[in-house]
Design a protein around this ligand. Structure first.
Ligand code: AMP
Length: 571
């Protein structure tokens, strides 16, 4: 098992692939996102996350925030006496503890994300932090790549280009990736390590406290309320900030609107767009060469940010993932792919279209129907259509249409069989789809026991979504004609068998006088409906002929048995 970790500047998260699905793990409070904050007590005690954040009010000097900014630097942090990787290790240890508690097993391996612009020293420091926390770092993954994985962009075509706009609490970066043989390459990245949601909190805070005397130790309350207002304005058009007794006697109440915030943050957003411009320039691409633009980082929840980015890139931006969970989710997917846990997902895969073979009259005979969970197998017995047939052609088909010609042919082969009268041969055909979606077709002549096995090269599971959709909608569109053609074909096959048999029964004098009229009328009706092509009418006529000749057919069987018995007894 390998876990995926987003070791962020302001927040961190951990996930694992469970039953083929990537999930983020929540702590005891049910929170999947943990503040990247560590408090080091004088006595050596350590607290991480929300607990450490609470210490900010009482013991700010011993609280470390945004340690990621220091990664790779050869420094000892003031007041704390620790290196940045040692502090990061505490965050990782806490995440590891949460994961082990949730999973109920030891966690030893991790994929950890870093910004695309991190240099070797910063990456090495991150790896070291992992090792200090007791984690073997299976891979250091670029954050924009993780985001692209979370958005499922690895399924885009080769050479697809995506832009990842990541605006978090304290940092911003824009990365342009290009898909190369299933792996994302960084084409360009540009950012600002001093641009993030914290700036907005500070802006609201100074707007709020303008002209007021605020004691230094109360400042965190203003910041907290400012952040609350900012978040609220992502959904609401106005919010009232309240800070009771901020200086012991006075209270503050002030309403801020979305428009106020938009005006305040215009320049701040423009700074991020300048980085986008630079990155686009460095990549040498024009805007219309991008296949997707995705947003990550909590600050991209701000409507003004979304609008500005969409306008800059002149396209719709994908915001379908939780902006603050996307990177951890992508790291988890990467971890799952590396450990093999993600591949198990194939087990839950289903056949997108039905699979079968062509039978008499050009009909599709389904062996495995659409949406069957793989791996799976199914089989059926078939017989010869003509006397002394030497071989049977097996056409493997995929699709939802009733007639073989309207489905896709996946493969074709022949089975040799013993020469027998029509309808006497027995050929078993079995379809087997393994966990990788490979279809194996086995055909066996039960008389000789000889097998013919072929593997179908094109996948029975990986079918282009658009093609599946087209096939399914064609089957719906043609449902009536298709069904009527099947009914007609089946009835005609039956009629082709019945008519000569009826002739023989009549010639052998097995028909009684009172039956003759009905039989002759039924024969006439079958021939007429067959010529007219009316499916249901033919079906009814065939049924009529079948029941009209039932008694005579029974007499034929009886006679044949008597003859056989006489032969056996030598009479
Ligand atoms: P991250 O570093 O990606 O976790 O982003 C954290 C930043 O996103 C912080 O500055 C948060 O205040 C900000 N943020 C989180 N939720 C929202 C929201 N609903 N609206 C605006 N900003 C938000």
């Amino acid at each position: 098992m390998i876990v995926g970790i987003d070791l962020g500047t302001t927040h961190s998260a951990i996930g694992v692939v469970d039953s083929g699905f990537p999930i983020l793990l929540a702590d005891e409070e049910g929170k999947r996102i943990m503040p990247s904050v560590v408090w080091f007590g004088m006595d050596g005690a350590v607290e991480v996350g929300r607990k450490a954040l609470r210490r900010q009010a009482t013991d700010a000097r011993r609280v470390v925030l945004s340690v990621k900014r220091w990664m790779g630097a050869d420094t000892i942090l003031e007041n704390i006496g620790k290196t940045p990787d040692e502090v990061s290790a505490e965050i990782l240890k806490e995440l590891k503890r949460i994961a082990e508690w949730r999973i109920g097993a030891e966690v030893t391996k991790a994929v950890i994300t870093v910004p695309a612009y991190f240099n070797d020293a910063q990456r090495a420091a991150t790896k070291r932090a992992g090792e200090l926390a007791g984690l073997e770092v299976a891979r250091i993954l670029n954050e924009p790549t993780a985001a692209a994985l979370a958005y499922g962009l690895d399924k885009l075509k080769n050479k697809a280009r995506v832009a990842v706009y990541d605006l978090g609490g304290g940092t911003f970066d824009l990365t342009i990736l290009e898909m190369e043989d299933g792996v994302f390459q960084v084409l360009a990245t540009h950012g600002d390590t001093r641009l993030g949601g914290d700036d907005v909190d500070a802006m609201i805070c100074s707007w709020l406290s303008a002209g007021l005397e605020i004691p230094g130790y109360q400042r965190w309350r203003f910041l907290e309320e400012a952040e609350k207002a900012k978040r609220a304005l992502s959904d609401l058009s106005e919010f009232t900030l309240r800070i009771p007794f901020y200086d012991g006697k006075n209270s503050l109440e002030k309403t801020i609107t979305r428009l106020d915030l938009d005006a305040m943050t215009k320049g701040w957003i423009a700074r991020s767009l300048k980085c986008c411009q630079q990155a686009m320039h460095d990549s040498g691409l024009s805007l219309n060469e991008l296949d997707a633009v995705v947003l990550v980082g909590g600050s991209t929840r701000m409507p003004a940010v979304r609008e500005a980015v969409a306008e800059f890139f002149q396209c719709e931006v994908d915001v379908t993932q939780h902006p603050d969970e996307a990177i951890a989710l992508g790291a988890t997917i990467q971890a799952g792919v590396m450990s093999g846990a993600m591949r198990k997902m194939v087990l839950l895969d289903v056949t997108p279209l039905s699979l079968g073979i062509e039978t008499f009259g050009g009909l599709m005979n389904v062996l495995i129907s659409r949406n069957t969970t793989i791996p799976c197998k199914a089989g059926e017995m078939f017989t010869n259509a003509a006397d002394s047939q030497e071989k049977m052609a097996i056409r493997v088909l995929q699709g939802e249409r009733e007639m073989a010609r309207d489905n896709w042919e996946l493969g074709k082969f022949e089975v040799m069989m013993e020469k027998l009268p029509k309808g006497h041969a027995r050929v078993g055909v079995q379809f087997r789809i393994d966990a990788d979606g490979i279809l194996e077709v086995l055909a066996r002549d039960t008389k000789t026991g000889k097998d013919t096995v072929i593997n179908i090269a094109s996948s029975a599971v990986n079918v282009d979504d658009a093609a599946v959709e087209e096939m399914v909608s064609a089957s719906v569109e043609h449902a009536f004609e298709d069904m009527s053609e099947r009914i007609f074909t089946e009835a005609k096959l039956k009629a082709d068998e019945l008519l000569p048999a009826v002739e023989m029964i009549m010639a052998q004098g097995l028909v009684e006088e009172h039956e003759r009229g009905e039989i002759e009328a039924a024969v006439k009706e079958v021939k007429a409906t067959m010529a007219s092509g009316a499916a249901n009418a033919l079906k009814v006529a065939v049924q009529r002929l079948d029941s009209a000749t039932e008694a005579a057919a029974a007499r034929l069987v009886e006679k044949a048995m008597e003859e056989a018995l006489e032969r056996e007894l030598g009479l």
